[in-house]
Ligand binder design. Structure first.
Ligand SMILES: Nc1ncnc2c1ncn2[C@@H]1O[C@H](COP(=O)(O)OP(=O)(O)OP(=O)(O)O)[C@@H](O)[C@H]1O
Ligand SMILES: [Mn+2]
Length: 463
């Protein structure tokens, strides 16, 4: 493994890429013709090859007790709380036990959250979790409070829940260039695509999101107990079932969410554990935008802004700064300008990953890039080595980001309706990835401490 990483890092690395790896890629080029995209050629999968790569299989120390977000109570714990609390709870009987086999997928997801990632990519439960979100009967739907745009909290028979964001505009609509980022609609496909992109970058910091075609009438209107929500349903002039809900932005007759006439595309995100079990802390991003038509934020005016951030807790210690830069890379690739806050699990203090929640405003425009999203990278000139090496890998023809993204998104149930990202959005990913690598190169030309080496422990291991 030592040899492998040093090879990736060396100057000859690009040459290596164009050699053996490049040739193989030429032979297995993804075929695109007459608007039809063929995902795999004779069973060859770039996605599978990517996930087989050592950079996606770094040995991690087994998490210790304190590295898990939650744990199942032992019989002793249960006895203690029973004696403390009033007995006589006849509400619900739950049929799962401490035996993992009895746990529904959402519970296994919660129990799998660790200090370092939200899920393990190889955990077979992930497929079960997304499958259950995509297929289970919808028992209830109420509006979720908090946040500015309409979203629903969906509940399922196995006590699982999901955060629903509806399709609000046609898939291929490009955001009007005269709209400010803070006036943009949220997109259901952006939530889905962001989950896939985050996973492809090896971060695993976005809760699993899946697409689903629902029936607005039978699966929302007829099951909701939320009167404020049901009072906003109406039949549109062409006979489609629409609703708009109550929220700060775009909840009006002028901005209806409509079925065709009942069918509606939505995204469903697995819910994180309840805040009472796993409280989270919300952090204001140092590179937050001004959310104003006229004002600039401090970081837009001060080229030495990062020097201040680097001295400010929690960015002056541990991995917080490079975590933030990982997030900036993710956001630049998908052109998300709306990252005003990020969250962490309180239990893990400052030594933990950052949750990349709320990605609905990503993937709005494919014809333009937004360099200012990369400001943290460009101003701090710092990046995790594992992130950089994965980005370089994804820029090679044999693992090309747009190709693995296309293949990954094809796994979503809504891909059967239409591709989740149009081809121009996929090529924008490759173009932006090249820009990220250029920014890193420019940093390396000027500074010597650009790379935050999170792989040194692996390099020292014998082969
Ligand atoms: N998968 C999830 N599980 C639990 N809570 C979530 C999940 N995703 C988002 N949330 C919570 O719900 C809140 C609102 O969600 P989101 O940010 O997507 O909505 P929003 O309307 O875009 O909010 P805002 O306008 O503040 O950006 C988030 O701040 C987050 O705390
Ligand atoms: Mn938002």
């Amino acid at each position: 493994m030592l040899l492998f990483f040093s090879e990736l890092n060396s100057n000859t690395w690009h040459h290596v890429g164009k050699g053996s790896l490049g040739e193989a890629a030429e032979q297995e080029k993804t075929l695109i013709g007459a608007g039809k995209v063929i995902q795999k050629v004779k069973g060859h999968s770039k996605l599978e090859a990517l996930f087989r790569h050592p950079l996606y299989n770094l040995p991690r120390p087994e998490p210790q007790k304190d590295d898990w977000l939650l744990r199942v109570k032992t019989r002793e714990d249960v006895k203690e709380t029973e004696s403390e609390e009033e007995e006589g709870d006849d509400s619900i009987s739950i049929s799962w036990t401490r035996d993992v086999k009895t746990h529904p997928p959402w519970l296994r997801f919660h129990l799998g959250i660790s200090r370092w990632e939200l899920y393990n990519r190889k955990d077979p439960n992930l497929v079960q979790l997304t499958h259950s979100l995509a297929t289970q009967r919808i028992l209830g739907a109420v509006q979720k409070t908090g946040g500015t745009q309409l979203k629903l909290l969906i509940s399922f028979p196995n006590y699982g829940q999901a955060l629903l964001k509806p399709m609000k505009q046609p898939r291929d609509a490009e955001t009007n260039e005269n709209l400010f980022y803070f006036s943009d609609f949220e997109r259901h496909n952006a939530e889905i695509a962001a989950f896939h992109l985050d996973r492809l970058l090896g971060f695993n910091r976005i809760p699993p999101v899946v697409g689903r075609l629902i029936n607005v009438t039978t699966e929302i209107r007829e099951v909701t107990t939320d009167h404020r929500l049901s009072s906003t349903f109406f039949t549109s002039p062409v006979g489609n079932m629409c609703f708009y809900g109550l929220c700060e932005y775009y909840c009006s007759t002028e901005h209806p969410v409509c079925g065709q006439p009942h069918a509606l595309e939505v995204s469903l995100a697995a819910m994180l554990p309840d805040l009472s079990l796993a409280p989270r802390r919300s952090w204001r991003s140092p590179w937050r935008r001004a959310y104003s038509r006229t004002k600039l934020a401090q970081w837009e005016k001060d080229p030495t802004y990062c020097d201040t951030v680097k001295q400010t807790p929690p960015y002056n210690q541990g991995t917080r700064l490079v975590d933030l830069i990982d997030m900036a890379v993710l956001d630049f690739l998908m052109s998300n300008m709306d990252r005003h806050h990020y969250e962490t699990f309180e239990k893990f203090g400052n030594e933990t990953f950052l949750l990349h929640l709320d990605n609905g405003r990503a993937f709005g425009r494919h014809s333009r890039d937004e360099p200012s999203i990369l400001a943290p990278l460009q101003q701090c000139c710092r990046i995790r080595r594992s992130t950089l090496l994965r980005l370089r890998l994804l820029s090679l023809p044999s693992f090309r980001l747009s190709d693995v993204m296309r293949e990954s998104l094809a796994q979503d149930p809504l891909a059967g309706v239409a591709p989740l990202l149009s081809e121009p959005h996929l090529s924008a990913l490759d173009r932006r990835l090249a820009s990220v690598l250029q920014v890193v190169q420019a940093c390396q030309d000027q500074h010597s401490d650009v790379i935050y080496d999170d792989l040194d422990e692996y390099d020292q291991q014998p082969d």
